[in-house]
Design a protein around this ligand. Structure first.
Ligand SMILES: [Zn+2]
Length: 61
């Protein structure tokens, strides 16, 4: 099994060619998010439900 998903922002699907991507290590998987959407992860992680498994259980920072 591949242990990673496509290298693109979780939300806007930008590739590393279009925006600098920040790598997330989460539950043994690798994800990426662009700086524009990093605040969503920090403040509204429930919005990532469906993109990040278990994100609804994350607490907003
Ligand atoms: Zn993005």
């Amino acid at each position: 099994m591949e242990n990673h998903i496509k290298k693109q922002c979780l939300l806007c699907k930008k590739s590393e060619q279009e925006a600098p991507l920040l790598q997330l290590d989460y539950k043994g998987m690798n994800y990426w998010i662009c700086p524009q959407h990093l605040p969503v992860l920090i403040h509204e992680p429930s919005k990532l439900e469906g993109m990040l498994p278990g994100a609804s259980g994350l607490k907003a920072g």
